[in-house]
Design a protein around this ligand. Sequence first.
Ligand code: SF4
Length: 353
Amino acid sequence: MNTAIERARAIITGYRGPKIRIMEVCGTHTHEIFRLGIRSLLPENVELISGPGCPVCVTPVSYIDEAIFLAEERHATICTFGDLVRVPGTEKTLADARSRGARIQVVYTPLDAVTYAEEHPREEVVFLSVGFETTTPSACLALKRAEAQDIANFSLLTANKTMPAAYEAMASHTDAYLYPGHVCAITGTSLPESLTKQGISGAVAGFTASELLTALAVILEKSRSGEPFFVNAYPRVVRPAGNPAARALVETYMEPCDATWRGLGTLKASGLKIRPAFAPRDARVRFSLPSMSGRENPACHCGAILQGLERPVDCPLYGRACTPDHPIGACMVSREGACSAYYLYGGLGRNFA
Ligand code: SF4
C-alpha cells in the first residue's frame, strides 16, 4: 500500500472545512485528475475549476485568422502542432484552408519545422509558436538553429504567453491554485511565493496520482489556517531557481509584450514576441501582417470556462452540437482543453464534482 497516497486520500475525503474552490491552471492536470478518478473522491465542499492553462484554448481567434491569412494570402507553409489545425477562426479552420489548397504541415516539435524549412528552401515556412514557459524554450531553440544554419526561410508567428499576469487576473475566481509543475520547473518558485503577499495561495503539483493527491491534500490542510500559503508539492522536479538556462535562451530571442487571451482579454506584459534584433524571424514583420481582431462564435462559452466562471456542462452546446469529433470551440479541440476532458472522462452528466 502506498501510505502517502492513502494519507492524502484520507485528508481529501475527510475534509469538512469551509467550501473551497481550487483552480487547476494546467490542462494536463485537468485531464489527469479526471483520468485518475480524483474528482470522485472530493467532498461537496471542494470544487475543482479549470483555468486558463491550455495554450491552444487561450489562443484567440485572431491568431488563427492570422495563420490562415499567411497561408492563403502570403502563400506561406504553416507548420503547427495538430490541435491548432482544428481550432475555428472567424470563418474557418486551418484544416478548411488546407482542404482548399493551403500548405499546412503538422509537426511534432519546432525543430521539425526548421528541418522542413531547410529541406524546402523555395517555401516560406512559418511555425505557429503557442505555449507557456514550458514550451517557449523549444521555439527559441528552433530560432537558434535557424540562425546558426542560416536557414533564411523560417519564421515564427508568436502567441507565447507567460503565467504571472494570468495568476493575478484569476485570483478572485479561486481560493487556491494547483500550480502547473512543468511551468514552475522553468520559472522556479519565487513567483508563487511572492503571490502569497497578495493573498494568493496554492501548491505546485506533479502529474502522478500520488503527486496530485498530495498537492490537493496540502491545499486543504493549509487552507484551514485562513492565511495565504505556498507549498512546492513537486520538489523532485521543481527547484526554487527553476531552469535558468531555459529562461536565458528565451531572453535571447524574445521580449515581453501585451497579449490577448481568449476569455481574459488583453493582459499587460503577459506575452512574448521576437526581439527586434531578430525581426526577419517574426512572421508579423516579415509578411507585413495586417492587424486582425477576430470574431468568437457567440454560442461558445470557452471564454467563461477559461476563467473558471462556468463548467463545460453549463454550455448548451456541450456534448450536443459540440463534441471532440465536431468541436465548435478551442476547449473541445485541444487534448488539454476542459471541454474535451469533461467529455472524454465524464460523458454527458457524470463525474462533475
Ligand atoms: S462545449 Fe464547445 S461550444 Fe461549448 S464552451 Fe466548450 S468548446 Fe465552446
